[in-house]
Design a protein around this ligand. Structure first.
Ligand code: TIU
Length: 221
């Protein structure tokens, strides 16, 4: 077992049971005209991490380790979208409405696709999830168990919503969780920092935090 220099203390890195999970790097969150923008957010903030996430993905691929992608999206008939989620607030477009990238947050529409720079390779799992957390109503847990994965490195968006929710779900299920802080972003910089602080406080109550460079160093690729 190796280590990754991390906060609040070194992460015990188990090469034979670790995977990267890239959360929701979709056009709907990162490009103008999608779900993120419909909620009133400045999506340009999220574009900055794309090259760093690409480096992290390339490192895991080069090391021959699993890369898991997730997408927050719903079935075209919205049967997996609780009305409480769709009707919340006053967005300019609701989930399922027609927008410039097709129907907002609907599987199969252009906006729900992962951005082309980070496109999954054939054979890499893509977990479509109706919730913020990637364990809720998905086959993620089965996939992890089938492949003997016990540790997850996290990247993607947004830090305090889908990334943190999935880290908490994973932590409760017994996985060691390591967040690459320069490969995640929020529409709210203060929320990103708060999420990192919450995750790592109290002796890594939810998980660890580190940099992409430190993860790549441990991968030795
Ligand atoms: N709104 C927001 O910050 N995030 C989401 O709705 N989903 C994800 O974080 N993927």
């Amino acid at each position: 077992m190796g280590t990754v220099t991390a906060s609040p203390f070194d992460f015990p890195f188990a090469r034979d049971s670790i995977a990267l999970i890239v959360i929701d790097m979709q056009r709907d969150f990162i490009e103008p005209g999608g779900f993120g923008a419909s909620l009133g957010n400045d999506v340009s903030l999220l574009q900055a991490i794309v090259p760093t996430v690409a480096r992290l993905i390339a490192g895991f691929r080069a090391a021959g380790l699993p890369v898991i992608h997730t997408r927050e999206c719903h079935l075209p008939d919205l049967s997996d979208c609780p009305p409480a989620k769709r009707l919340r607030g006053s967005p300019s477009l609701r989930i399922g409405d027609q927008g410039p990238m097709g129907r907002v947050l609907i599987a199969g529409e252009p906006g729900a696709d992962i951005i082309p720079e980070l496109a999954p390779l054939p054979g890499e799992p893509v977990i479509d999830k109706p919730g913020k957390g990637a364990f809720h109503a998905t086959g993620l847990m089965d996939f992890l168990e089938m492949h003997g994965i016990r540790q997850l490195v996290f990247a993607g968006v947004t830090t305090e919503v889908c990334v943190q929710t999935t880290m908490r779900e994973a932590n409760d299920r017994g996985y060691d969780c390591l967040l690459a802080t320069d490969a995640t972003e929020s529409y709210f910089p203060a929320f990103k920092q708060s999420a990192i602080d919450m995750i790592t406080a109290q002796g890594a109550i939810v998980g660890w935090a580190t940099t992409t460079g430190a993860v790549l160093e441990a991968l030795d690729v």
